[in-house]
Design a binder for this molecule. Structure first.
Ligand code: F0G
Length: 432
């Protein structure tokens, strides 16, 4: 009952689920998974079924992705590749809320997934599909998190894995994960976009299966972030949902999730989806602000938020649809704003990586501009864990963080390590 369909409006070519494609073979457009026909959903019993599955000990019920399998394009008897992904916390963040001049703000922490980022929610479905298709080698290009996640899921599935990363631009924590999980790590000179070009060429080869977010089976898993979120909110839809944007797979996926929930009658409206990019890597924000023009890539993306240092986002058309349909927006945050927002999220006892903090930086601006009102409900999606990039954190707190343009980032909320000597002075220091 599911199929693959081209998203280009005047093409809409259809393909079976087991056709190994990444783009439409007729027009080169992006593909998405769709149902062959609409199905009637009994909202109350489906919500109850999903709730009771949380008490089960079966792997398919424990996973925060597979728990929603009525909306996933797999048969009941498919052999899952799962690490117990999803089920991530939705935190109240009062300090970050105050920083944004809001009475309340909720943070959906996708960094609490098994490999520390939201990628796991999509990797479980993509690697399950890879095994179903009989692939031997799975590959991706990455700024670090996709590769860490793929390496782990490939290890679980006993598949060979190769990742292509931009040399010297991936945090050690992310690289360490891929190495430990046994992936072949290949560095190339250039940026993420050059890696993506290389991998798309490689994926022409029959023995290789590509699992970047251009692969529609990745998007299917990631869309369940929307399902889990509204379930945690007792099926009340927030007014705004804010998400970082890099390659634009995640905003596309969350948009698809909300659209499907809405079309099935499980929710009665959709949140406004806003995507935030780092100011030096913001082709989508530029497109949004001049949206009568065509999409132009950013040749030399620059940001310390290395996860989203991307100039040619593959899924921009899907993300654009999510923003347009929900009445959201696309904005940017400066390096200073990202760094300060990240430290503020930290003060709530919640650790995220720089890319994730674009959300709180963006929300602060949207409130300042009157686009988010004080009485509206807002959820930010934190995409990666603080431990993914500790180098950045240490530099921020010791006034040593230098932006790509050479400017030093002010440690507005800096909390440097203190050397104490003699020991008697410790009490003075902690009570001052
Ligand atoms: N946040 C983090 C922590 C990420 O790792 C990424 C993307 C994004 C946000 C942006 O998500 O690409 O779906 O718009 N990381 C990819 C990677 C590119 O290779 O790990 P997106």
């Amino acid at each position: 009952m599911f199929l693959q369909r081209c998203i280009t409006p005047d093409c809409r070519a259809e393909y079976k689920l087991d056709e190994r494609l990444y783009v439409c073979s007729r027009c080169g457009g992006l593909l998405e998974i769709d149902r062959a026909e609409d199905i009637a959903v009994d909202s109350a019993s489906l919500r109850e079924l999903w709730r009771t599955r949380r008490l089960s000990s079966a792997a398919s019920d424990r996973s925060g992705v597979w728990r929603f399998r009525e909306f996933l394009p797999f048969d009941e008897n498919v052999q899952l590749v799962s690490l117990g992904e999803g089920n991530t916390p939705l935190y109240d963040a009062p300090r970050s809320a105050g920083y944004c001049r809001l009475p309340q703000l909720k943070l959906k922490h996708q960094g609490c997934n098994p490999t520390g980022s939201f990628k796991d929610t999509g990797m479980t479905t993509a690697v399950t599909q890879a095994r179903k298709l009989g692939a031997r080698v799975v590959v991706c290009a990455s700024t670090g998190n996709t590769s860490a996640s793929l390496a782990a899921y490939a290890a679980r599935a006993d598949l060979l894995c190769a990742i292509i990363v931009p040399s010297g631009q991936v945090s050690h924590a992310k690289l360490a994960q891929a190495l430990d999980y046994g992936a072949k790590v290949l560095e190339i000179e250039g940026n993420f976009d050059s890696c993506m070009n290389a991998i798309r060429e490689l994926a022409q080869h029959d023995s290789v299966y590509l699992v970047n977010s251009i692969n529609p089976f990745r998007i299917e898993g990631q869309k369940t972030i929307a399902f889990e979120l509204v379930e945690q909110l007792e099926w009340r839809v927030p007014d705004h949902l804010v998400v970082p944007g890099g390659n634009l797979g995640n905003s596309s996926a969350i948009g698809k999730g909300f659209r499907e929930l809405f079309n099935s009658g499980l929710i009665d409206r959709q949140p406004k989806i806003t995507v935030v990019q780092a100011v030096g890597a913001a082709p989508f924000a530029r497109f949004y602000s001049q949206h009568d023009s065509s999409f132009a890539n950013e040749e030399h993306p620059k940001t310390l938020a290395s996860a989203i240092k991307i100039g040619a986002p593959v899924s921009w058309q899907k993300a654009w649809r999510a923003v347009r349909e929900t009445g959201g927006s696309v904005i940017t945050a400066t390096e200073q704003e990202i760094a300060d927002a990240k430290a503020m999220i930290g003060r709530d006892g919640i650790g995220c990586e720089p890319a994730s903090a674009t959300t709180v930086a963006g929300i602060r601006k949207l409130v300042g501009d009157g686009i988010i009102k004080g009485d509206e409900t807002v959820v930010a999606v934190l995409t990666g864990h603080l431990l993914k990039d500790t180098d950045y954190v240490m530099k921020y707190h010791s006034q040593d963080l230098i932006a790509p343009d050479g400017e030093r980032i002010a440690s507005t909320f800096g909390n440097p390590v203190n050397r104490v000597n003699p020991v008697e002075s410790i009490l003075d220091m902690i009570t001052e």
